[in-house]
Design a protein around this ligand. Structure first.
Ligand SMILES: NC(=O)c1ccc[n+]([C@@H]2O[C@H](COP(=O)([O-])OP(=O)(O)OC[C@H]3O[C@@H](n4cnc5c(N)ncnc54)[C@H](O)[C@@H]3O)[C@@H](O)[C@H]2O)c1
Length: 276
C-alpha cells in the first residue's frame, strides 16, 4: 500500500492557501501528488495547478472563482478564516460560514457523486451543542444573502462573530455529513488549539496572551501549521473513507482535559486575567 491516502492525481480545491494551516495543507497535498487548485484573497506563490483570487465575503467573487475550475473535483479544503475584532463580525460570518457554504454548494455538483470536504473550525466553537436550534435556523437559510439577512437580524447571537461562526461550522459539518453521505460526499472538520500562524498576533492582541496560552494546555505549547494540516489532509483522504460528520479536536488533549477536569478552564482564565 504505497498511496494509502490516495491523493495521487486527485483534483483538490483549497481556500486560505496564502498562509498558515491552508498553506501547510497545500504543500502536503502537492507532496502527495494531488492537483491543487487554490483560492484566496491574497496571492499564493506555491506551484499550484491554478490559483484564483477569491474574496469569500463576496458571492460574485466566489462564483467567478468556481467558473474558472472545470472537470471533476475530488476534495475541498476550507482553510480560509478571519479573526474577530480586527474585522467586523459580519466579515467573519461571511468568510467562516456563508462564503464557505456558498463555495461548497457550487463545488458539490463537480464532485460527481464521490468526494470529501474538510474545514478548519476552532476550539472556540466547542460550545456548539448549547444552541443547535439557533445554528440550524441560520443553516436552513437559502443562499448567501439570506444568510447575511439572518445574521444581521440575530446580532445578539452572532456577537463578535468568531465563536458563533465556528459553532455554526461544526453544526454545518454534522448536518451536511448526514445529508450528503448517500450521495457519496463526506464532511468533517477540525478544531485546532492555538497554532503559530499569522492569525496568532490578532488573538494575542484581542484575547490576551494569557487566555490563548490557557487554551494550549495540557500540551503546553502552540501547535504548528503542519501539525494542523496533517489531520485535515487525513480527513479528506481515502484512509478516512467512512469518517463522516466528525468535529475532530486537534488540540493536544485540551478537550479531553476540560471534560475530565484535568484542565480547569475557569481557574486558568482567572489566572490569565490576573496576568493581564
Ligand atoms: N491560528 C490559530 O491559533 C487557530 C486556532 C483555531 C482555529 N484557527 C482557524 O484556522 C483557520 C486558518 O487560519 P490560520 O491560523 O492558518 O491563519 P492565517 O491568517 O494564516 O490563514 C487564513 C487564510 O485565510 C485567507 N483569507 C482570509 N480572509 C479571506 C477572504 N475574505 N477570502 C479568501 N481568503 C481569505 C487568508 O489570506 C489566509 O490565507 C481559520 O479558520 C482560523 O479561524 C486558527
Amino acid at each position: 500500500m504505497s498511496d494509502i491516502l490516495g491523493y495521487k492525481g486527485k483534483r483538490v480545491v483549497i481556500t486560505g492557501c496564502f498562509s498558515g494551516m491552508g498553506e501547510a495543507a497545500a504543500r502536503i497535498l502537492l507532496d502527495l501528488g494531488a492537483e491543487v487548485h487554490g483560492l484566496d484573497y491574497k496571492d499564493c506563490t506555491l506551484p499550484l495547478a491554478s490559483f484564483t483570487n477569491v474574496d469569500l465575503r463576496d458571492p460574485a467573487s466566489i462564483e467567478a472563482g468556481v467558473a474558472g475550475l472545470s472537470g471533476k473535483i475530488d476534495c475541498l479544503f476550507h482553510c480560509a478564516g478571519l479573526p474577530s475584532a480586527v474585522f467586523p463580525a459580519m466579515d467573519l460570518m461571511k468568510v467562516n460560514v456563508l462564503g464557505m457554504r456558498h463555495l461548497t454548494e457550487l463545488i458539490l455538483p463537480m464532485m460527481q457523486g464521490k468526494g470529501a470536504v474538510a474545514s478548519i473550525s476552532s476550539t472556540a466553537g466547542m460550545g456548539w451543542s448549547q444552541r443547535i436550534p439557533v445554528h440550524m435556523e441560520l443553516l436552513m437559510t437559502q443562499g448567501f444573502q439570506a444568510g447575511v439577512d439572518w445574521c444581521e437580524a440575530h446580532m445578539d447571537q452572532v456577537a463578535e462573530g468568531y465563536a458563533f461562526s465556528k459553532e455554526s461550522m461544526n453544526v454545518w459539518t454534522m448536518f451536511m455529513g448526514a445529508r450528503m453521505i448517500k450521495q457519496g460526499i463526506r464532511f468533517n472538520c477540525t478544531m485546532p488549539s492555538p497554532t503559530q500562524t499569522p492569525m496568532m498576533k490578532h488573538f494575542h492582541e484581542t484575547a490576551g496572551k494569557g487566555v490563548v496560552d490557557a487554551a494550549a494546555e495540557p500540551l503546553g505549547r502552540y501547535t504548528t501549521p503542519e501539525e494542523q494540516a496533517g489531520p485535515l489532509v487525513l480527513l479528506n483522504s481515502d484512509a478516512a473513507a467512512v469518517v463522516n460528520g466528525v468535529v475532530l479536536p486537534v488540540d493536544g488533549g485540551f478537550m479531553g482535559g476540560v471534560v475530565t477536569g484535568q484542565v480547569d478552564m475557569s481557574m486558568m482564565m482567572a489566572n490569565a486575567q490576573q496576568d493581564a
